[in-house]
Design a protein around this ligand. Structure first.
Ligand code: AMP
Length: 283
């Protein structure tokens, strides 16, 4: 695996590669590091569908509202490198802040509409513009054939598809299912902040979502969601940030399963001071 630390070197490397193999397909997996099986499932999907896989590790400050959250973000780079090598990643791109955002860079505002402000966007103002800025920079640099994102960050996948649409980008967006810990908690780099017991207990989030999906066979959306909220609120130390069923394309809240072709149930639960995101596809 090549480890490349500057945009210039990566640009030159990819130009040479494309000259040698004009039809080369490049899969791109953007991450913030502290890699786990969830990230590696994106790498696996990219490796199986492309000639070359580029993984970036960049903890993007513009998508963190909270400086303390950014500061606390884990950075186990040696382990990350080992995992990427094992999973056949071809290039690890490890840029510095100045490399992604040169001194004359002006943060752009992307016209992603209401997607920016609703649900996760309401809890994290500026977050999705930060995501769009970093991805726009990385997509422009790499021009990947396809880019891989986790279903876990569901709203992000919708935002990224919108970004590709409004910037007329040719990159294909692939969404990879959620990888879970053995008890059912969605894997996340933030899970290391939970206590060992909390990490096991936190499986109640996935249980609540799965139960809601079952309940919807015989209950209205309002009733099933209210039941899930009651169940989660009954867990000691758990606080729901949001739990709602949305149209998977527009993220508009729905009140009946007939209202959209594809529907996802989204939640964030704060547990042991960690924001835990999860979702389940209802149809
Ligand atoms: P992050 O490093 O948190 O920015 O995540 C990088 C990518 O990995 C994003 O597309 C995430 O959605 C994806 N990802 C994170 N956790 C999981 C998971 N448990 N299963 C699948 N993909 C994930």
């Amino acid at each position: 695996m090549h480890i490349i630390k500057t945009s210039d070197t990566l640009k030159k490397h990819l130009i040479a590669l494309r000259k040698e193999q004009p039809k080369v397909t490049i899969g791109f997996v953007p991450t913030m590091g502290a890699l786990h099986q969830g990230h590696l499932s994106l790498i696996d999907a990219s490796v199986s569908e492309n000639d070359i896989t580029v993984c970036s590790i960049f903890v993007n400050p513009t998508q963190f509202g909270d400086a303390a959250d950014l500061e606390k973000y884990p950075k186990p780079i040696e382990q990350d490198i080992e995992k990427l090598v094992k999973n056949d990643c071809s290039i690890l791109f490890l840029p510095s802040y100045d490399d992604v955002y040169p001194s004359d860079y002006k943060q752009m505002i992307f016209a992603i509409g209401e997607l920016e402000h609703k649900i996760e966007g309401a809890s994290r103002p500026g977050h999705f513009q930060g995501v769009c800025n970093v991805l726009h920079q990385l997509f422009s640099l790499i021009s990947p054939t396809a880019a891989y994102f986790g279903q876990k960050d569901f709203q992000q996948t919708v935002v990224v598809k919108k970004l590709v649409e409004i910037t007329d980008s040719s990159v294909k967006i692939r969404v990879v299912p959620i990888k879970r810990e053995p008890h059912g908690l969605a894997m996340s780099s933030r899970n290391v902040r939970l206590s060992a017991k909390g990490r096991q207990n936190a499986a109640f989030i996935h249980r609540a979502l799965s139960q809601t999906k079952e309940d919807l066979a015989s209950m209205t959306v309002a009733k099933a969601v209210a039941k899930a909220k009651q169940f989660i609120n009954a867990q000691k130390g758990a606080a729901i940030d949001y739990l709602l069923a949305v149209d998977a394309k527009t993220l508009e809240e729905i009140s009946s399963l007939d209202e959209a072709e594809n529907i996802t149930l989204l939640t964030v639960v704060e547990y042991e001071n960690v924001r835990l995101l999860d979702n389940i596809i209802l149809k």
